[in-house]
Design a protein around this ligand. Structure first.
Ligand code: COA
Ligand code: MG
Length: 292
């Protein structure tokens, strides 16, 4: 999934627009974009909208529920799981144990809704609390739920809890705590062998800024980015689709290894390529859909 567009769950108009945006995934939000007084209405609107779209081809559907400590998550899941979403987004995860906890809840909802056991994915936001960021090392291949499809990060909630006035400096660069959060997300996702999804870019009128941030994210190992406005979707899709040139280069690396009898190292145009380069080329082709 390259682009994941947030749509407030209490807005039928935005839900309609979100599903026509070209996003790979629509994240129907029941959390921060919905006021506390409107939670029940949002559940009803989102569930009604998704039920009416049932079986219609389109983007993947994830539903962002409220966090495990909110007292709202069980009602959220009750409404959400009837819509048979592809996945649930878990905000404010404090450690990988929270994903296990959600997984146990999902199991019950799957039975109740006749959904195959284990088929609902989890995408967790792992840096929205200080505890969550400090527990980044709990995300790993051996202690993760098989439902985990990806990890992502958020700066706004973390800034609020630590008391930071801003997340970026005067030049627009994330300050240290948020760069740390971003870095830990890349590492944790890799340790779990799941997708690393970059956080939102809130200045939705700044297309050049978004392009730049997407390029940095793609360079550093993220495979997709969340969006908050439909205009961001095509920019994100383009940035996270490997270019024809990149695909061609990756193919030439793989061929060079094959033609040389799969050694540890080869030379292409006067440059050394060893096994990590081969891994990188294989990953890129998988992402481009050339390899399965
Ligand atoms: N999903 C679907 N449609 C959206 C959308 C979104 N995330 N954001 C905007 N739109 C729609 C608007 O409803 C509007 O539709 P219209 O032309 O039929 O009136 C159109 O796109 C243009 O919107 P625009 O006027 O540029 O922005 P806005 O002022 O209406 O909305 C936000 C700005 C930030 C309130 C809105 O983009 C939004 O709600 N984003 C998602 C917020 C969210 O979910 N946050 C939680 C995760 S951080
Ligand atoms: Mg939030």
């Amino acid at each position: 999934m390259r682009s994941l567009l947030f749509v407030p769950g209490d807005s039928e108009k935005k839900l309609e627009k979100g599903f026509g945006s070209g996003a790979d995934c629509v994240i129907v939000d029941l959390e921060d974009s919905v006021a506390l007084a409107n939670k029940a209405t949002a559940r009803a609107i989102a569930a009604g909208f998704l039920a009416a779209r049932n079986q219609v081809a389109g983007p993947r559907i994830y539903i962002r529920v409220n966090d495990l400590a909110s007292g709202l998550i069980d009602d959220d899941l009750g409404a959400a799981m009837a819509a048979r979403p592809d996945g649930i987004m878990l905000p404010k995860a404090n450690s990988s144990a929270d994903a296990m906890h959600l997984s146990a809840k999902l199991r019950v909802h799957e039975v109740e809704n006749g959904i195959p056991d284990g088929s609902t994915a989890i995408l967790a936001i792992m840096t929205e609390t200080a505890a969550g960021l400090l527990a980044a090392s709990t995300w790993g291949a051996t202690n993760r739920t098989p439902r985990l499809a990806g990890l992502t990060w958020g700066a706004e909630d973390l800034s609020a809890v630590i008391g930071a006035h801003a997340t970026r400096d005067a030049e627009g660069r994330y300050t240290d705590v948020f760069r740390h959060a971003r870095t830990m997300t890349i590492l944790a996702a890799s340790a779990c062998d799941v997708a690393a999804i970059d956080t939102v870019f809130v200045n939705f009128r700044d297309e050049a800024g978004l392009r730049h941030e997407c390029a940095d994210a793609e360079r550093d190992g993220f495979t997709g980015k969340m969006a908050i406005h439909p205009v961001q979707v095509p920019i994100i899709n383009e940035a996270f689709t490997p270019s024809a040139q990149a695909v061609e280069h990756a193919q030439s690396v793989i061929e060079a290894f094959e033609n040389a009898g799969n050694p540890g190292v080869v030379a292409i145009d006067g440059k050394m390529y060893d096994r990590p380069h081969l891994t990188r080329a294989t990953r890129l082709l998988a992402r481009a859909g050339v390899l399965r």
